[in-house]
Ligand binder design. Structure first.
Ligand SMILES: Cc1cc2nc3c(=O)[nH]c(=O)nc-3n(C[C@H](O)[C@H](O)[C@H](O)COP(=O)(O)OP(=O)(O)OC[C@H]3O[C@@H](n4cnc5c(N)ncnc54)[C@H](O)[C@@H]3O)c2cc1C
Length: 352
């Protein structure tokens, strides 16, 4: 099985073995059997946040294909199997008059991966509405229910993502959504502007969904075979969170380069910290939309023509080439601003 065919960026060599698990029992059995034999395991959802080595994966890839969405318990509570397509989950909750996921429309992948990096966009994060995650623990071989506060959620991270041993397999996710046709208050200025409302206003959830999808399409952030800029893993770098000293250093470097008028954009990240858009740092370090040297080590990989933060496979790229481009950008930003960018996707068999 060629993993390039199962990743949205179209990269990755072969897997030694491949199992598609359609039920929780099949999923647990596949993982437990591999673990018992000392076989490395890679859990695959929609392959939209994975960069896999050209050499592939020397072990068993288990694709999560479980299905099911149930409204249970309290009104607004929805439990979703890990293998459900995420955007279909969002659409379905809105169709059932539930709000809280509308800004996460158009994000590719499966529901079970959403807690892994605490998927977020346009002012919403899944951690705001997840009440619990049902997991299989590969060490104890038990199935357990983790409440939200045990998941270690942070900005684009969780304890699942931080655990390099990938001990926990997500079987299902439970969300508590608001019952009613209106969206959660719109938090993101760009989205509020597109909707023609003020930040903090509510709009019909389905309108918020349409606006989000339109904004995302313009940035190549909705998978579309006809859009070569969507052959990516989404944002390649996480927006760095800086303390006052690091921000001051960025401001000094930016003024030295672009003059005293320049203002470094930032968003409050709490505790005296700010989030600075990685896209701004990348562009200002000299890597604009569409950048991608041909003929060099990164041949075939380039920055999206629509969104500076997405690295795309223009069709002929290799994983080695993508990583070479990512390194060049990371080093360029570090040399210019002293900020070390970290990759957002999970890297398998490669490192930056
Ligand atoms: C065009 C595009 C736009 C994107 N936009 C956004 C965005 O706006 N916001 C955002 O946060 N992300 C975004 N992403 C990234 C990605 O879509 C999300 O991270 C998504 O949740 C990944 O889901 P997946 O099923 O494809 O996971 P995969 O890529 O298959 O896996 C990602 C990681 O999760 C692990 N994993 C997957 N399923 C399970 C499971 N059931 N149990 C345990 N581990 C598991 C895998 O082993 C791997 O380590 C975007 C990606 C693309 C290509």
């Amino acid at each position: 099985m060629r993993l390039a065919d199962l990743t949205t960026i179209g990269l990755g060599g072969p897997a030694r073995a491949f199992i598609r698990a359609g039920t929780d029992d099949e999923l647990i059995d596949a993982v437990a059997t591999a673990d018992a034999g000392g076989e490395p395991v890679l859990i695959l959802g929609g392959g939209s946040n994975l960069v896999i080595a050209d050499a592939g994966f020397d072990g068993t890839v288990v694709q999560v294909a479980t299905r099911g969405l149930a409204r249970d318990g309290e009104p607004g509570t929805v439990t979703v199997a890990a293998g459900e397509d995420w955007d279909e989950v969002v659409a379905r909750t809105l169709a059932e008059g539930l709000a809280g996921l509308e800004c996460l429309s158009g994000i590719p992948g499966r529901a079970g991966a959403t807690p892994i990096q605490n998927v977020g966009a346009y002012g919403q994060e899944v951690s705001q509405v997840i009440t619990g995650v049902r997991v299989y623990d590969r060490l104890t071989k038990e199935t357990l229910h983790l409440p939200n506060e045990s998941c270690g959620f942070g900005y684009r991270t969780s304890m699942f993502k931080r655990d390099e041993a990938h001990r926990l397999i997500v079987l299902g996710v439970t969300f508590r959504l608001a019952v009613g046709p209106l969206s959660a208050p719109v938090r993101y200025p760009e989205l509020a502007e597109a909707l023609g409302v003020e930040v903090g206003d509510r709009v019909p959830g389905t309108e918020a969904r349409s606006a989000v999808i339109q904004l995302r399409q313009r940035k190549g952030m909705v998978i579309d075979p006809a859009d070569p800029d969507s052959r990516s893993v989404g944002s390649f770098f996480v927006n760095p969170v800086l303390d006052a000293a690091a921000l001051a250093a960025v401001e000094t470097a930016a003024r030295a380069r672009y003059g005293p008028e320049v203002r470094v954009p930032r968003f409050d990240a709490g505790d005296g910290l700010v989030k600075v858009p990685a896209a701004w740092l990348i562009e200002r370090a000299g890597y604009g939309k569409g950048y991608g040297p041909s003929g060099g080590p990164s041949d075939g990989a380039r920055i999206s023509a629509k969104h500076t933060l997405a690295l795309v496979n223009s069709g002929s790229a290799s994983t080695a080439g993508l990583i070479a481009l990512a390194r060049e950008i990371r080093d360029g930003v570090s040399n210019t601003f002293g900020v070390s960018l970290t990759p957002e996707p999970v890297l398998i068999g490669v490192a930056l």
